[in-house]
Write a protein that binds this ligand. Structure first.
Ligand code: DQQ
Length: 557
């Protein structure tokens, strides 16, 4: 049971439970990833901070657990948090502890020995907790400190997620020395009152905001910025996870330092907290994400936890649960309104057995094209589809605003005009099973609308107890040149898809039963009445990297 459905090149632990990525950072030539970990089992509990190190974020080595829940201020668990590198002083971990009374309090830990290249041992401060639950805040809804940023007034700031009267909120704390913290009078940001009220009508609160992230992005290209960067040509991304809808939402806007509360989102993109119109980092299974600034390569890297599609009891029987996404570089689109994401370039070091094709037609007479010559269960594929004519695109019914629902209704095999076309990943030979990743083009009043979908019930023949949702989103792309690209990272039980150069990302997790190992296939398809072409396609088998099976000391020897 242990081996089946394990991934080949995604970050995972040999055994036991893992969830949120914590405190990712680059320090002294080494990438560090901490993560929520249960040392005692494959279900959530006894939460500690496990620690792995890497030089390329592809090959990972384990070192000792960094934080165990052993003290009164974290005895109920060392929950999520972030790392901040203090200039001249080194890294500091800020994390949430569940105290003896189950109250969520914020703690700090620092490396025991800054000269240890792997920073294996961490020391919790005697002053912990450095922030206790503030008055008026529910003691079990106050967690996940963000990376700190330093402002021109000499104060560090961090955000902590919370919730009040059914409104998710981010609270701001300030400190001169990163030790003594004062809560700002103002709420840094919170769900608009009317959003909260309209959702509470359905007896559902907005959920507390977990794992808040806040960072600057440049309006002038891909180059990333340190979390404390300030100046012209900068926008700010505010990201929360909404416990209620289990997804990571973000907005792009402005930040006015002096007012503490003034993060103004771009209101041209729809209600930023509506489950239907909000921008999401990923429209599939992608949770508790966290970014960090990688000064080595001048980029911002995004990680997230991808959970299992089956039950906790299945996980216990299997002995492990949870993987991390492939780290993604993230930057602001030139329209200034949304983020773009792309797998880190180091991932290409795993590519082997390259195959490819150009100008392959996909028509009603030949709707399928098999990509052969690679291990389709563990692969990377980049394809550009060409749409020769957009003329007869189906009309988009204005009521179809919910792209996820649309994916359920007009899935990969519901014939259309321009599409559905795309890839059948993790497919069995005769397509009893497949995880489709597809596009369908509609015509709205004055523009074409591209819908991207993935997942769904065909992804596994396994029935009861396996979650197989359909995911979908609209892709903000103009089809001027009649082309749209797709990249899929396929890894046994997970498919991370990047539509239109990373404008729309969907991660699906599934456990195929037939499309396993060498019996997994990869097809391009078109079930639209109009022809589509594979303008070009390249695919690779992905080699298996070092994945937490050996000790980190190998890195520095
Ligand atoms: N997971 C952690 C919390 C966080 C949640 C606990 C998000 O700190 O809010 O394992 O998945």
């Amino acid at each position: 049971m242990l081996g089946i459905n394990r991934t080949g090149y995604h970050f995972q632990s040999p055994t036991n439970w893992i969830n949120d990525p914590n405190g990712p950072m680059y320090y002294n030539g080494i990438y560090h990833l901490f993560y929520q970990y249960n040392p005692n089992g494959a279900d959530w509990g006894d939460i500690a901070w496990a620690h792995s190190v890497s030089k390329d974020m592809v090959n990972w080595y384990r070192v000792d657990i960094a934080l165990h829940p052993t003290d009164p201020f974290d005895i109920k668990g060392c929950w999520s948090g972030s790392a901040t590198i203090l200039p001249g002083k080194g890294p500091v971990i800020f994390y949430t502890g569940g105290d003896t009374e189950n109250r969520q309090v914020q703690n700090i830990a620092v490396p025991k020995d800054l000269s240890d290249p792997l920073l294996v041992e961490w020391k919790k401060l005697d002053q912990n907790p450095v922030i206790s639950t503030p008055d008026g805040i529910h003691p079990e809804r106050f967690r996940d400190p963000s990376t700190g940023w330093l402002c021109e007034d000499g104060y560090w700031r961090v955000l902590i997620g919370s919730e009040k009267s059914k409104r998710g909120m981010a609270l701001l704390f300030k400190s001169k020395d990163f030790m003594t913290w004062t809560k700002s009078e103002n709420t840094f940001h919170s769900v608009a009152f009317d959003t909260a009220v309209s959702r509470s009508k359905t007896e559902t609160d907005t959920g507390m905001w977990e794992c808040v992230d806040f960072f600057p992005v440049s309006l002038k290209g891909k180059k990333a910025l340190d979390t404390s960067a300030r100046g012209d040509g900068i926008k700010y991304v505010f990201k929360v996870i909404d416990q209620d809808t289990f997804s990571d939402f973000y907005t792009v806007g402005d930040y006015f330092v002096n007012k503490d509360e003034c993060y103004k989102h771009d209101d041209t993109v729809g209600d930023p907290y509506s489950p239907v119109t909000a921008l999401r980092l990923d429209y599939g299974k992608f949770y508790a994400s966290k970014t960090f600034f990688d000064e080595a390569q001048n980029r911002r890297i995004l990680w997230a936890w991808i959970n299992e599609p089956d039950s906790p009891a299945d996980a216990i029987a299997r002995g492990w649960a949870g993987i991390q996404s492939i780290p993604r570089t993230l930057w602001l689109d030139k329209n200034g309104k949304q983020l773009l994401q792309w797998p880190i370039e180091e991932l290409a070091t795993l590519r082997t057995d390259e195959v490819g094709c150009n100008n392959e037609p996909l028509t009603t007479g030949r709707p399928l094209f098999e990509v052969q010559g690679i291990t389709a269960a563990q692969a990377d594929v980049e394809v550009t589809f060409r749409i020769p004519s957009l003329e007869n695109a189906e009309i988009l019914d204005p009521s179809w605003v919910d792209a996820k629902k649309l994916c359920g209704e007009k899935g990969a095999t519901v014939n259309g005009v321009i599409g559905p076309f795309g890839l059948f990943t993790l497919a069995s030979k005769d397509l009893e099973e497949y995880t489709a990743v597809f596009f369908r083009v509609f015509r709205a009043q004055d523009k074409y609308v591209v819908h991207m979908g993935s997942g769904g019930s065909r992804s596994s023949l396994r029935g009861e107890g396996l979650d197989k949702p359909s995911y979908g989103t609209f892709v903000d792309v103009d089809l001027i040149d009649g082309e749209i690209s797709l990249r899929c990272l396929i890894d046994h039980s997970v498919v991370e898809s990047f539509g239109a150069g990373g404008k729309a990302c969907i991660t699906t997790r599934t456990y195929p039963t037939l499309a396993v190992g060498n019996d997994a296939h990869l097809y391009a398809f078109n079930y639209g009445s109009q022809p589509v072409e594979i303008a070009n396609l390249k695919a690779w088998t992905m080699k298996t990297p070092e994945m937490n099976l050996s000790d980190g000391i190998n890195l520095v020897r």
